[in-house]
Design a protein around this ligand. Structure first.
Ligand code: GDP
Ligand code: MG
Length: 599
């Protein structure tokens, strides 16, 4: 029987996971040097540009040892970002081992730790690797000690490689064979295949990436998806090389793909178990979760005629991305649009960018918010409701109690920045838990924070306050009571629903004042004077005035220079692009995100 090794690479962003994967593909002859394109696993444009891996992929390699023994390696790539933690956990489940890559100059970072803990919990064999040892700033001795403190390995267990020069890659290939256990090859048991990823193809439907945990799946077999109870035939199965390579059977231990005219990604969900319709498994593989949106935002077409286009674009995106959810929303200010739910901020940015690029639709997005649980007093009767849109938060007088989601945040930083980080967390209503010192003057600080404060600008502030040195990871903790109110914004006395936000009562005044000032800056002068007010219920707590426009911009040109005049007119048009007429006032897109750009 062929010997198999299934593994993944876990690493903090930029520590060199993709580059190292490229070297493995090269050394095993999976791709020729001619085919070699940098970071071959990141095949979506957006991923390449941002240098991040959004969706996990898998690839099969054939490794021949110096003694001519042959092995099949399945490398399962995992997304590195906290928004995609569930996908990471499913990918880990498909492996027996993990290569832990740590940048030899940077050291252990927040995502190194969170993914590592998951891998250890699932019983994976860890191969610690220091990468980028070619860098002049590499400090392998100190960083080795960090790794030893972290996983309790021996100094000799830690490999030293360079994904750039290829140094140490042969030793790594041998370590994969020697240290990572072979998968159990229980072929006689009922079929259990774990879907660790799925993608949508317009012509073929959902393509599920699977790891067969037990039993075997043959081409043509009638399949049952255990969580969704859907039934399909395995029309095509195969291995994942650089391209898909059809085969007739996937056995326990194998990693491959399954195509069965599955109409949508909703039917072949990540984490689900595939079994046979007859004599199938009794129990699915444990740990299945439905993806749950954490961050919400309104998405509106800049031109109301684009509404149907926006709807069809979102439908198409959802085919590709089962974790995107949305429903129609009507805003008095912005008209017809959608309220979309995302796994996190990065996920939101990706969706917004794809709408813009792939579908070429001008959209206006509103400030992201989290989901609240609210108890209202309705004529003496108490009712609970879920609020994911600030404009739907009932007036303060009717609200009995509000609960908001809290996260546990783990921040790793050079010790010099402990002060600024604590101040930032305190400003964000954080509750200090503890701090642990690590080798090399670094600290892990743990805080419990309201998620609403983190989705705003926390990450940017953390980065700027520590010159980019601190790293952050978090997990959802629980819902807690909070003294929260709806802060409304009025333009010339009319509330603009899309500018409402939910804020802590103690912060409402400062927040209101800042939003008004920011809007004054962002909203261009109009023909009339515009009053900008912030209010809680009927009580105005801040006010600013945008004075009326005096002259046409081109009037400044004294009619002389015609090219300059034309440029100015072009510029004005440009600026108009993402304007929205709200009542009598023209508002630019940035204004709807004003809260995000305040400091
Ligand atoms: P990922 O985010 O973990 O996938 O990291 P990448 O593979 O995209 O690498 C991040 C950056 O580090 C890129 O600019 C790489 O060229 C660089 N890099 C990766 N490995 C090495 C290495 O061994 N040595 C040096 N000097 N740079 C490396
Ligand atoms: Mg990468």
């Amino acid at each position: 029987m062929t010997q198999i090794r299934n593994f993944c690479i876990i690493a903090h962003i930029d520590h060199g996971k993709s580059t190292l994967a490229d070297r493995l593909l090269e050394r095993t002859g999976t791709i020729s040097e001619r085919e070699m394109q940098e970071q071959i696993l990141d095949d979506m444009d957006l991923e390449r540009e941002r240098g991040i891996t959004i969706k996990s992929h898998a690839i099969r390699m054939e490794y021949v040892r110096p003694n001519k023994e042959k092995f099949i390696f399945n490398l399962i790539d995992t997304p590195g970002h906290v928004d995609f933690a569930y996908e990471v956990s499913r990918a880990l489940k498909a492996c027996e081992g993990a290569i832990l890559v740590v940048d030899a100059a940077q050291g252990v970072e927040a995502q190194t730790i969170s993914n590592l803990y998951q891998a250890i919990e699932q019983g994976l064999e860890i191969i610690p690797v220091l990468n980028k040892i070619d860098l002049p700033g590499a400090d392998p001795e100190n960083i080795s000690q960090q790794v030893i403190d972290l996983i309790g390995c021996e100094y000799e267990d830690i490999l030293r490689v360079s994904g750039k020069t290829g140094e140490g890659v042969e030793d790594l290939l041998e370590a994969i064979v020697e240290r990572i256990p072979a998968p159990k090859q229980e072929i006689d048991k009922p079929l259990k295949a774990l879907i660790f990823d799925s993608i949508f193809n317009t012509y073929r439907g959902s393509i599920a990436y699977v790891r067969v945990m037990q039993g075997s799946l043959k081409k043509g077999d009638p399949m049952l998806f255990m969580a969704t109870h859907k039934e399909y035939d395995a029309e095509e199965i195969g291995y994942l090389k650089l391209k898909k390579e059809p085969c007739t059977e996937l056995k326990a231990g194998d990693v491959g793909y399954v195509i069965g005219s599955v109409k949508s990604l909703q039917d072949a969900r990540v984490g689900d178990t595939i079994t046979h319709q007859k004599n199938g498994a009794d129990e699915p593989i444990p740990g299945y979760q439905e993806s749950k949106p954490m961050v919400f935002s309104g998405i509106f077409p800049t031109n109301s005629e684009d509404f149907e286009d926006l709807r069809s674009a979102l439908e198409k995106l959802q085919l590709n991305d089962a974790s995107l959810s949305y429903q129609p929303e009507t805003s008095k200010a912005l008209g017809f649009g959608f309220r979309a739910g995302f796994l996190g901020m990065l996920h939101m940015e990706i969706v917004q960018e794809r709408l813009d690029r792939e579908f070429n639709i001008d959209i206006i997005t509103t400030v992201p918010n989290v989901q609240y649980e609210v108890e209202i007093n309705h004529k003496g009767e108490r009712r609970k409701k879920t609020v994911d849109n600030p404009s739907e938060m009932p007036d303060a007088g009717k609200v009995e109690t509000v609960w908001e989601p809290y996260i546990k945040a783990s921040i790793i930083t050079p010790a010099d920045y402990i002060g600024p980080i604590m101040k930032l967390c305190q400003d964000k209503r954080g509750v200090y838990k503890n701090q642990v010192f690590m080798q090399g003057n670094r600290v892990e600080i743990t805080y419990e924070l309201p998620m609403a404060e983190v989705v705003f600008d926390f990450y940017d502030k953390l980065k700027s306050g520590t010159r980019g040195y601190a790293s952050l990871d978090y997990e959802l903790l629980e819902y807690r009571k909070g003294d929260l109110v709806r802060l409304d914004i009025l333009l010339n006395g009319d509330p603009v629903d899309a500018l409402s936000s939910i804020t802590h009562r103690e912060k409402a005044y400062e927040q209101g004042r800042k939003i008004c000032a920011k809007l004054k800056e962002l909203i261009p002068r109009q023909q009339y004077e515009v009053a900008v007010q912030a209010a809680i219920g009927s009580r105005v707590i801040a006010r600013d005035t945008i004075r009326a426009l005096r002259k046409d911009v081109t009037a400044k040109c004294y009619g002389g220079d015609i090219t300059r005049k034309r440029k100015l007119i072009e510029k004005q048009k440009e600026g108009k692009k993402r304007m929205k007429q709200v009542g009598t006032v023209e508002i630019p897109q940035e204004a709807f995100l004003a809260v995000l750009s305040m400091d």
